[in-house]
Design a protein around this ligand. Structure first.
Ligand code: 5AD
Ligand code: FES
Length: 370
């Protein structure tokens, strides 16, 4: 018999409440599932934080517009291309272009042209992570060759979302994800762990929403208070039990068997060797920082970020050593989603069924548009 939503929620909560003595077994289950579904090869996505200019004021984020202590920068398309051209040699077959959310006056056409050039001049898959945009902008980027998009929903609790984000609503965010999916773009989302006000019930719903959205990629990481934000003095909701971050990661894997889940940088900021532990507790992807060294200290979404004193070449070498120390290999292909068929976009992704409208209020997966 298929499980009911309430049974699933109870099961997620039960896993999240796993006591210390039973956590190693939970981690092993998640690791075994990761190995069975995605193997030991770890796809590398080189992240280029190409601009810290942001129009928004998310309460938690170090590069929020109101933080005047940040030195703002933006890499030129030529600078970004120069990095992209080196990435295949570093076995980073995906470039992730991330920035603050600052739509440009030209309707983001410059970014589209950059995508086109990267696709033409390199073998890389291109992922963008630049925030909410109208559907036609996403469509234009897709037509330029964009393969994937990352846009975290941050929290599944609409009220909490509104408190944290003066510039938008959860419904708008989910609408963006719906648009991306309908355009046939591999879609990633995710959430922060332990934002102030989060309860274990919200965390459970975050995990279930990821499954509900049938995401290709899921990025999660602990909330870390940034001193120059309104949440400077607000501790992580699970500060007393940092291992819970990994319990949440393992549970996320058990409920999202086929999603690409990166070992995100924020795990390193709260636990020494956190990204390596994440790779052993459900994560299967690594995102080495490929931002030029000189800009890294200006892209601090949270304090304690690792690799701030390194440059792109150093992280590229370090990751290979880290993976071999864990008995893992570097993924060789583009590392596309294993949930969608390769090649031309089908009329409708197979296996995608109706989404519970009580969570979202709309059908998340209409016909895929060609
Ligand atoms: N702590 C942890 N994660 C943060 N992010 C932004 N600010 C913080 C913070 N203070 C995360 C958000 C965003 C991603 C790019 O970084 O989840 O989506
Ligand atoms: Fe950056 Fe190790 S990944 S120094």
């Amino acid at each position: 018999m298929p499980s009911t939503p309430n049974q699933d929620r109870d099961e997620v909560l039960r896993l999240l409440r796993t006591v210390a003595a039973d956590r190693p077994a939970l981690f092993q289950r998640a690791d075994a599932l990761r190995r069975a579904r995605l193997g030991d090869a770890v796809p590398l996505r080189g992240i280029v934080e190409f601009s810290n200019i942001c129009a928004n004021n998310c309460l938690y984020c170090g590069i929020r517009a109101a933080n005047t202590r940040v030195r703002r920068y933006r890499l030129s398309p030529d600078e970004i291309l120069a990095i992209a051209r080196r990435m295949a040699d570093w076995q980073q077959m995906t470039i992730v272009l991330q920035s603050g959310e600052a739509p440009s006056a030209d309707g983001d056409r410059t970014l589209g042209e950059l995508i086109r050039r990267i696709k033409k001049e390199t073998p890389l898959a291109v992922t963008l992570s630049v925030g909410n945009r109208p559907r036609d902008v996403y469509a234009r980027w897709r037509d330029c060759g964009m393969d994937r998009y990352l846009l975290r929903f941050e929290t599944s609790d609409a009220r909490l979302f509104a408190q944290l984000h003066p510039d938008g609503t959860l419904v708008e965010r989910l609408d963006c994800l719906r648009a991306l999916r309908a355009l046939g773009v591999q879609t990633g989302s995710g959430f922060m762990l332990g934002v102030p006000g989060e309860t274990l019930a919200v965390l459970a719903d975050n995990i279930l929403l990821c499954r509900e959205l049938d995401l290709d990629m899921i990025g999660i990481g602990p909330f870390i208070p940034h001193p120059d934000t309104p949440l400077a003095a607000a501790p992580n909701a699970y500060a007393a039990d940092p291992e819970l971050f990994f319990v949440a990661l393992a549970t996320l894997r058990l409920f999202n068997s086929d999603a690409h889940i990166p070992a995100t940088t924020a795990f390193d900021a709260v636990v020494s060797g956190g990204r390596d532990l994440a790779l052993q507790r459900g994560a299967n992807v690594f995102m080495p920082n490929s931002t030029p060294g000189e800009y890294r200290k200006d892209y601090l979404l949270y304090p304690n970020k690792p690799c701030v004193d390194e440059d792109a070449g150093q992280c590229a070498q370090c990751v290979v050593l880290r993976l071999s120390a864990l008995g893992r290999t570097v993924g060789q292909g583009p590392g596309h989603s294993i949930k969608r068929p390769a090649g031309p976009r089908p009329e409708r992704w197979p296996g995608v069924t109706a989404v519970s409208e009580d969570i979202l209020g709309f059908d998340l997966f209409p016909e895929v548009e060609r």
